[in-house]
Design a protein around this ligand. Sequence first.
Ligand code: ZN
Length: 272
Amino acid sequence: MAAQGTNAPVFGQQSVRSGPMSARHFPITPVPEWETRFPWLRAGTTRPADPQSDANPLGSETGPATPDSVADPGVPPLQDMLPLTAGRPWRSVVRNRQVHGSLTLAHVDVAAGAWEVGEADGHVTRLAGVLLTVTIADCVPVFVADPVRRAVGLFHAGWRGTAAGVVESGMAALGATFGTRPGDLTVHLGPAICGACYEVGPEVFRAIGEPTPATPRPIDLRGVIKRRATRSGVRPEQVSVSGECTLCGDGRYFSHRRGDAGRQRSFIGVVA
Ligand SMILES: [Zn+2]
């Protein structure tokens, strides 16, 4: 599906303000080099505070969509976990129920608070102080930055979302909303299951549009996404790929295939 246009009204209906709760900070893997290349944004992926624990303070991938779930007294506000700078939290945190689809929301008018209304797997914005987030545990967090227009995007891309075209949808949303040209984009594919670990059936190769083997084979989903992004006009030298695997890595991440219930939260936002 295409973007919802320049005004995403589902985000204008309800809000949840963070309460006076103590801050809990989680280890964060930043997007390499972006802090120095793009000081106007923040982007990264949280890691479990305790990798051996299934405790999932960041919410499940397909978690409840009601704003009440954001206000669960047992769940610290994301604003507190991902501080913009000391003492200056994000004005809004965007999160949605993820459905492995291609819908991308363009956030051009976001009130203060945390937002979780409806379903989406992609988000774009250029509003300062609005943090876009997706939850991940093997799927690929796709970070995009347009330094010309200071717009950002974040897409949740497993094989279903990739097959549905979430990356292409997200890039189209940036173009339609902010005038972003694919050749201006810088893309990073974050921590995800690696090409050695992710064995899938022929139907997955077929759905993604890759040459279809006769039997199950490993697939490098990040390699597939990089090819799709460059086919859409992103310059190959502007695509970086994390070397970290959520499954066979050092255990710093939750992995759905490993059987973990927990999820990482990837995020991107414009700070100024
Ligand atoms: Zn691996």
